[in-house]
Ligand binder design. Sequence first.
Ligand code: UFG
Length: 341
Amino acid sequence: MYKTILITGGAGYIGSHTSYLLNQLGYKIIIIDKFVHNQNFNQPWAKLIKADIADQNILNQVFAENKIHAIMHFAAFIEVGESVKKPKEFYENNVSKTLNLLNTMLIFGINKFIFSSSCAIYGNPTNIPIDENHQFAPISPYGKNKLCVEFILQDYAKTYDLKYVSLRYFNAAGALPKYNLGEQHDPETHIIPLMLRAIKNNDVFKIFGSDYKTNDGTCIRDYIHVLDIAQAHILALKYIEERNQSNSFNLGSEKGYSVKEMIQEAENICNKKMNSKIYDRRPGDVDVLIADSTKIKTILGWKPKYSDLKFILKSAWKWECKNIFPMKKSASLKNLKTMYN
Ligand code: UFG
Protein backbone atom coordinates (compact mmCIF):
# COMPACT_ATOMS: atom_id res chain seq x y z
CA MET A 1 0.00 0.00 0.00
CA TYR A 2 1.26 3.51 -0.81
CA LYS A 3 2.41 5.55 2.16
CA THR A 4 0.82 8.92 2.88
CA ILE A 5 2.96 11.99 3.52
CA LEU A 6 1.48 15.12 5.06
CA ILE A 7 3.10 18.22 3.58
CA THR A 8 2.48 21.47 5.42
CA GLY A 9 3.02 24.45 3.12
CA GLY A 10 2.82 22.04 0.20
CA ALA A 11 1.36 24.68 -2.12
CA GLY A 12 4.50 26.76 -1.62
CA TYR A 13 7.66 26.86 -3.64
CA ILE A 14 9.80 24.07 -2.14
CA GLY A 15 6.82 22.10 -0.83
CA SER A 16 5.22 21.86 -4.28
CA HIS A 17 8.36 20.54 -5.95
CA THR A 18 8.83 17.99 -3.16
CA SER A 19 5.20 16.98 -3.55
CA TYR A 20 5.80 16.45 -7.29
CA LEU A 21 8.77 14.16 -6.59
CA LEU A 22 6.96 12.20 -3.87
CA ASN A 23 4.09 11.66 -6.29
CA GLN A 24 6.49 10.39 -8.95
CA LEU A 25 7.73 7.86 -6.41
CA GLY A 26 4.22 6.64 -5.64
CA TYR A 27 3.53 8.32 -2.30
CA LYS A 28 0.05 9.61 -1.46
CA ILE A 29 0.10 13.27 -0.54
CA ILE A 30 -2.04 15.41 1.72
CA ILE A 31 -1.26 19.11 1.76
CA ILE A 32 -2.25 21.66 4.39
CA ASP A 33 -1.63 25.18 3.18
CA LYS A 34 -3.17 28.56 3.89
CA PHE A 35 -2.01 30.19 0.63
CA VAL A 36 -0.20 33.16 2.19
CA HIS A 37 1.39 33.99 -1.14
CA ASN A 38 -1.89 33.81 -3.12
CA GLN A 39 -0.23 31.23 -5.28
CA ASN A 40 -1.81 29.12 -7.96
CA PHE A 41 -2.23 25.42 -7.20
CA ASN A 42 -0.93 23.04 -9.83
CA GLN A 43 -0.89 19.65 -8.14
CA PRO A 44 -3.81 17.50 -9.32
CA TRP A 45 -2.15 14.49 -7.66
CA ALA A 46 -2.46 15.87 -4.12
CA LYS A 47 -5.34 16.11 -1.66
CA LEU A 48 -5.45 19.74 -0.57
CA ILE A 49 -6.74 21.14 2.69
CA LYS A 50 -6.84 24.90 2.59
CA ALA A 51 -6.23 25.74 6.24
CA ASP A 52 -3.80 27.04 8.82
CA ILE A 53 -1.74 24.38 10.60
CA ALA A 54 -2.81 26.08 13.82
CA ASP A 55 -6.36 24.87 13.23
CA GLN A 56 -6.52 22.14 15.86
CA ASN A 57 -9.79 20.65 14.60
CA ILE A 58 -8.32 20.21 11.13
CA LEU A 59 -5.15 18.63 12.48
CA ASN A 60 -7.14 16.22 14.67
CA GLN A 61 -9.38 15.29 11.77
CA VAL A 62 -6.52 14.75 9.30
CA PHE A 63 -4.56 12.62 11.75
CA ALA A 64 -7.62 10.64 12.80
CA GLU A 65 -8.86 9.93 9.27
CA ASN A 66 -5.57 9.21 7.51
CA LYS A 67 -2.68 6.90 8.23
CA ILE A 68 0.08 9.51 8.00
CA HIS A 69 3.50 7.91 7.53
CA ALA A 70 5.57 11.11 7.92
CA ILE A 71 5.28 14.89 7.99
CA MET A 72 7.32 17.25 5.84
CA HIS A 73 6.97 20.66 7.43
CA PHE A 74 7.50 23.57 5.01
CA ALA A 75 4.81 25.96 6.26
CA ALA A 76 6.53 29.10 7.54
CA PHE A 77 6.97 32.80 6.98
CA ILE A 78 10.21 33.03 4.99
CA GLU A 79 11.25 36.60 4.49
CA VAL A 80 14.25 37.58 6.59
CA GLY A 81 13.73 41.37 6.36
CA GLU A 82 10.05 41.10 7.28
CA SER A 83 10.95 39.02 10.34
CA VAL A 84 12.95 41.96 11.69
CA LYS A 85 9.82 44.13 11.48
CA LYS A 86 7.33 41.51 12.72
CA PRO A 87 9.05 39.24 15.25
CA LYS A 88 5.80 38.46 17.10
CA GLU A 89 4.09 37.17 13.97
CA PHE A 90 7.17 35.20 13.00
CA TYR A 91 7.58 33.50 16.40
CA GLU A 92 3.88 32.68 16.49
CA ASN A 93 3.76 31.33 12.98
CA ASN A 94 7.11 29.61 12.75
CA VAL A 95 7.67 28.39 16.32
CA SER A 96 4.36 28.13 18.25
CA LYS A 97 2.48 26.52 15.40
CA THR A 98 5.30 24.06 14.76
CA LEU A 99 5.33 23.12 18.44
CA ASN A 100 1.61 22.48 18.31
CA LEU A 101 1.98 20.40 15.17
CA LEU A 102 4.68 18.29 16.87
CA ASN A 103 2.60 17.81 20.01
CA THR A 104 -0.42 16.77 17.98
CA MET A 105 1.46 14.34 15.74
CA LEU A 106 2.95 12.64 18.80
CA ILE A 107 -0.51 12.21 20.34
CA PHE A 108 -1.55 10.42 17.15
CA GLY A 109 1.57 8.23 17.15
CA ILE A 110 3.20 9.83 14.09
CA ASN A 111 6.95 9.93 14.63
CA LYS A 112 8.73 10.91 11.41
CA PHE A 113 9.32 14.61 10.80
CA ILE A 114 11.33 16.45 8.16
CA PHE A 115 11.92 20.09 8.89
CA SER A 116 12.73 22.98 6.55
CA SER A 117 15.52 24.72 8.40
CA SER A 118 17.83 27.37 7.02
CA CYS A 119 21.43 28.50 6.81
CA ALA A 120 20.10 31.67 8.49
CA ILE A 121 20.70 29.86 11.81
CA TYR A 122 24.45 30.45 11.38
CA GLY A 123 24.22 34.25 11.11
CA ASN A 124 27.32 36.04 9.85
CA PRO A 125 29.68 33.17 9.09
CA THR A 126 33.11 33.11 10.71
CA ASN A 127 34.37 30.67 8.09
CA ILE A 128 33.35 29.74 4.55
CA PRO A 129 32.16 27.24 3.42
CA ILE A 130 29.79 26.67 6.32
CA ASP A 131 29.54 23.17 7.73
CA GLU A 132 27.17 21.88 10.40
CA ASN A 133 29.70 22.52 13.18
CA HIS A 134 29.70 26.25 12.55
CA GLN A 135 28.47 28.20 15.58
CA PHE A 136 24.79 29.16 15.68
CA ALA A 137 24.51 32.96 15.71
CA PRO A 138 21.33 33.94 13.84
CA ILE A 139 20.95 37.68 13.33
CA SER A 140 17.27 37.79 12.31
CA PRO A 141 14.11 36.60 14.07
CA TYR A 142 13.63 34.29 11.07
CA GLY A 143 16.98 32.58 11.71
CA LYS A 144 16.20 32.40 15.43
CA ASN A 145 12.78 30.84 14.69
CA LYS A 146 14.43 28.06 12.72
CA LEU A 147 17.04 27.49 15.43
CA CYS A 148 14.35 27.37 18.15
CA VAL A 149 12.58 24.62 16.25
CA GLU A 150 15.83 22.72 15.80
CA PHE A 151 16.39 22.85 19.58
CA ILE A 152 12.82 21.68 20.23
CA LEU A 153 13.36 18.78 17.83
CA GLN A 154 16.61 17.78 19.55
CA ASP A 155 14.97 17.74 22.96
CA TYR A 156 11.82 15.98 21.79
CA ALA A 157 13.82 13.29 19.99
CA LYS A 158 15.77 12.56 23.21
CA THR A 159 12.63 12.07 25.27
CA TYR A 160 9.76 11.11 23.00
CA ASP A 161 9.24 8.67 20.17
CA LEU A 162 10.26 11.14 17.45
CA LYS A 163 12.79 10.89 14.64
CA TYR A 164 13.53 13.98 12.60
CA VAL A 165 15.79 15.37 9.91
CA SER A 166 16.44 19.11 9.68
CA LEU A 167 17.52 20.33 6.26
CA ARG A 168 19.28 23.68 6.42
CA TYR A 169 18.63 25.14 3.00
CA PHE A 170 20.84 27.71 1.39
CA ASN A 171 19.14 29.67 -1.45
CA ALA A 172 16.42 27.67 -3.18
CA ALA A 173 16.18 28.53 -6.87
CA GLY A 174 14.98 27.30 -10.26
CA ALA A 175 11.70 25.79 -11.41
CA LEU A 176 9.98 22.84 -13.05
CA PRO A 177 8.15 24.65 -15.85
CA LYS A 178 7.04 21.43 -17.56
CA TYR A 179 4.80 20.72 -14.57
CA ASN A 180 3.80 24.34 -14.02
CA LEU A 181 5.81 24.58 -10.84
CA GLY A 182 8.05 27.49 -9.94
CA GLU A 183 8.60 30.37 -7.59
CA GLN A 184 5.40 32.31 -6.85
CA HIS A 185 5.51 34.64 -3.89
CA ASP A 186 3.26 37.65 -3.56
CA PRO A 187 4.95 40.00 -2.88
CA GLU A 188 8.11 38.60 -4.48
CA THR A 189 11.36 39.41 -2.68
CA HIS A 190 13.79 36.83 -4.12
CA ILE A 191 16.61 37.74 -6.42
CA ILE A 192 16.06 35.41 -9.36
CA PRO A 193 12.38 36.10 -10.13
CA LEU A 194 12.97 39.83 -9.57
CA MET A 195 15.97 39.90 -11.92
CA LEU A 196 14.16 37.95 -14.61
CA ARG A 197 11.07 40.14 -14.35
CA ALA A 198 13.27 43.24 -14.60
CA ILE A 199 14.65 41.86 -17.86
CA LYS A 200 11.24 40.79 -19.15
CA ASN A 201 9.42 44.02 -18.31
CA ASN A 202 12.30 46.51 -18.71
CA ASP A 203 12.08 47.36 -15.01
CA VAL A 204 14.92 48.39 -12.75
CA PHE A 205 16.47 45.66 -10.62
CA LYS A 206 17.54 46.96 -7.20
CA ILE A 207 20.93 45.79 -5.98
CA PHE A 208 20.76 45.85 -2.19
CA GLY A 209 24.17 47.12 -1.10
CA SER A 210 27.52 47.34 -2.87
CA ASP A 211 29.73 47.77 0.20
CA TYR A 212 29.80 44.18 1.45
CA LYS A 213 33.11 42.45 2.15
CA THR A 214 33.20 40.65 -1.19
CA ASN A 215 35.24 41.13 -4.38
CA ASP A 216 32.63 43.27 -6.13
CA GLY A 217 30.92 44.57 -2.97
CA THR A 218 27.64 42.67 -3.49
CA CYS A 219 26.37 39.74 -1.41
CA ILE A 220 27.35 36.21 -2.30
CA ARG A 221 24.84 33.36 -2.05
CA ASP A 222 24.76 29.63 -2.75
CA TYR A 223 21.90 28.83 -5.16
CA ILE A 224 20.53 25.32 -5.16
CA HIS A 225 17.90 23.97 -7.53
CA VAL A 226 14.60 23.29 -5.82
CA LEU A 227 14.45 19.76 -7.29
CA ASP A 228 17.76 18.92 -5.62
CA ILE A 229 16.21 20.14 -2.37
CA ALA A 230 13.17 17.94 -3.05
CA GLN A 231 15.47 14.96 -3.62
CA ALA A 232 17.13 15.61 -0.24
CA HIS A 233 13.71 15.26 1.42
CA ILE A 234 13.22 11.84 -0.13
CA LEU A 235 16.65 10.75 1.13
CA ALA A 236 15.94 12.20 4.56
CA LEU A 237 12.77 10.14 4.78
CA LYS A 238 14.67 7.02 3.75
CA TYR A 239 17.29 7.79 6.41
CA ILE A 240 14.65 7.93 9.15
CA GLU A 241 12.92 4.79 7.84
CA GLU A 242 16.08 2.71 7.50
CA ARG A 243 18.26 3.97 10.35
CA ASN A 244 15.62 5.16 12.78
CA GLN A 245 17.84 8.12 13.68
CA SER A 246 17.65 11.92 13.72
CA ASN A 247 20.08 14.33 12.10
CA SER A 248 20.65 17.83 10.63
CA PHE A 249 22.23 18.62 7.28
CA ASN A 250 23.31 21.64 5.29
CA LEU A 251 21.89 21.73 1.79
CA GLY A 252 23.64 23.90 -0.77
CA SER A 253 25.47 23.68 -4.09
CA GLU A 254 28.80 24.67 -2.48
CA LYS A 255 29.27 27.44 -5.05
CA GLY A 256 28.81 31.14 -4.40
CA TYR A 257 27.72 33.91 -6.77
CA SER A 258 27.58 37.62 -6.06
CA VAL A 259 24.53 39.69 -6.99
CA LYS A 260 26.54 41.28 -9.82
CA GLU A 261 27.59 37.86 -11.11
CA MET A 262 23.96 36.77 -11.02
CA ILE A 263 22.99 39.78 -13.13
CA GLN A 264 25.66 38.88 -15.68
CA GLU A 265 24.54 35.24 -15.85
CA ALA A 266 20.88 36.21 -16.17
CA GLU A 267 21.69 38.63 -19.01
CA ASN A 268 23.54 35.83 -20.80
CA ILE A 269 20.68 33.36 -20.42
CA CYS A 270 18.01 35.87 -21.49
CA ASN A 271 20.24 37.44 -24.10
CA LYS A 272 19.17 40.89 -22.97
CA LYS A 273 20.63 43.66 -20.78
CA MET A 274 19.11 44.39 -17.39
CA ASN A 275 18.66 47.84 -15.87
CA SER A 276 20.00 47.80 -12.36
CA LYS A 277 20.63 50.37 -9.67
CA ILE A 278 22.49 50.26 -6.36
CA TYR A 279 20.29 50.76 -3.28
CA ASP A 280 20.96 50.64 0.46
CA ARG A 281 21.64 47.35 2.18
CA ARG A 282 18.59 45.27 3.11
CA PRO A 283 18.26 44.57 6.88
CA GLY A 284 19.21 41.03 7.86
CA ASP A 285 21.49 40.31 4.85
CA VAL A 286 24.96 38.87 5.49
CA ASP A 287 28.02 39.16 3.21
CA VAL A 288 28.58 35.58 2.12
CA LEU A 289 26.71 32.28 2.51
CA ILE A 290 28.20 29.19 0.93
CA ALA A 291 27.49 25.66 2.09
CA ASP A 292 29.74 22.78 2.85
CA SER A 293 27.38 19.93 1.94
CA THR A 294 29.85 17.11 2.60
CA LYS A 295 27.76 15.67 5.44
CA ILE A 296 24.56 15.18 3.43
CA LYS A 297 26.54 13.78 0.50
CA THR A 298 28.35 11.31 2.73
CA ILE A 299 25.54 10.18 5.02
CA LEU A 300 22.47 10.43 2.77
CA GLY A 301 24.24 9.91 -0.57
CA TRP A 302 22.73 13.16 -1.88
CA LYS A 303 24.06 14.28 -5.26
CA PRO A 304 22.82 17.59 -6.70
CA LYS A 305 21.85 17.08 -10.35
CA TYR A 306 20.24 20.37 -11.33
CA SER A 307 22.17 23.03 -9.41
CA ASP A 308 24.40 24.33 -12.17
CA LEU A 309 23.60 28.07 -12.21
CA LYS A 310 22.90 28.16 -15.95
CA PHE A 311 20.37 25.34 -15.61
CA ILE A 312 18.78 27.06 -12.60
CA LEU A 313 18.39 30.33 -14.49
CA LYS A 314 17.15 28.65 -17.68
CA SER A 315 14.45 26.76 -15.78
CA ALA A 316 13.43 29.92 -13.89
CA TRP A 317 13.36 31.96 -17.12
CA LYS A 318 11.14 29.37 -18.83
CA TRP A 319 8.80 29.53 -15.85
CA GLU A 320 8.73 33.34 -15.85
CA CYS A 321 8.01 33.45 -19.59
CA LYS A 322 5.23 30.90 -19.23
CA ASN A 323 3.50 32.51 -16.30
CA ILE A 324 2.21 35.87 -15.36
CA PHE A 325 2.13 36.06 -11.61
CA PRO A 326 -0.05 36.88 -9.72
CA MET A 327 -2.04 34.62 -12.00
CA LYS A 328 -5.66 34.71 -12.88
CA LYS A 329 -7.63 31.91 -11.28
CA SER A 330 -7.05 28.96 -13.56
CA ALA A 331 -9.04 25.82 -14.14
CA SER A 332 -6.85 23.95 -11.71
CA LEU A 333 -7.48 26.53 -8.99
CA LYS A 334 -11.23 26.30 -9.51
CA ASN A 335 -10.93 22.55 -9.11
CA LEU A 336 -9.16 22.73 -5.77
CA LYS A 337 -9.86 19.61 -3.80
CA THR A 338 -10.76 20.98 -0.40
CA MET A 339 -11.67 18.29 2.03
CA TYR A 340 -12.81 20.19 5.04
CA ASN A 341 -14.10 23.61 4.08
N1 UFG B 1 18.84 40.91 -3.61
C1 UFG B 1 19.01 42.10 -4.29
N2 UFG B 1 17.91 42.67 -4.87
C2 UFG B 1 16.67 42.11 -4.80
C3 UFG B 1 16.51 40.89 -4.09
C4 UFG B 1 17.62 40.32 -3.50
O1 UFG B 1 20.10 42.65 -4.37
O2 UFG B 1 15.72 42.69 -5.33
C5 UFG B 1 20.01 40.29 -2.99
C6 UFG B 1 19.88 40.18 -1.47
O3 UFG B 1 20.34 41.34 -0.86
C7 UFG B 1 20.74 38.95 -1.18
C8 UFG B 1 20.60 38.08 -2.44
O4 UFG B 1 20.11 38.95 -3.45
O5 UFG B 1 22.07 39.33 -1.07
C9 UFG B 1 19.62 36.94 -2.25
O6 UFG B 1 18.41 37.45 -1.73
P1 UFG B 1 17.05 36.62 -1.68
O7 UFG B 1 16.01 37.52 -1.16
O8 UFG B 1 16.81 35.96 -2.99
O9 UFG B 1 17.40 35.45 -0.65
P2 UFG B 1 17.86 35.54 0.86
O10 UFG B 1 19.30 35.12 0.88
O11 UFG B 1 17.59 36.84 1.48
O12 UFG B 1 16.89 34.55 1.60
C10 UFG B 1 16.60 33.26 1.14
C11 UFG B 1 15.29 32.80 1.76
C12 UFG B 1 15.42 32.66 3.25
C13 UFG B 1 16.61 31.83 3.59
C14 UFG B 1 17.84 32.36 2.91
C15 UFG B 1 19.05 31.51 3.13
O13 UFG B 1 14.25 33.71 1.48
O14 UFG B 1 14.25 32.05 3.74
O15 UFG B 1 17.63 32.41 1.50
O16 UFG B 1 20.15 32.13 2.53
F1 UFG B 1 16.84 31.83 4.91
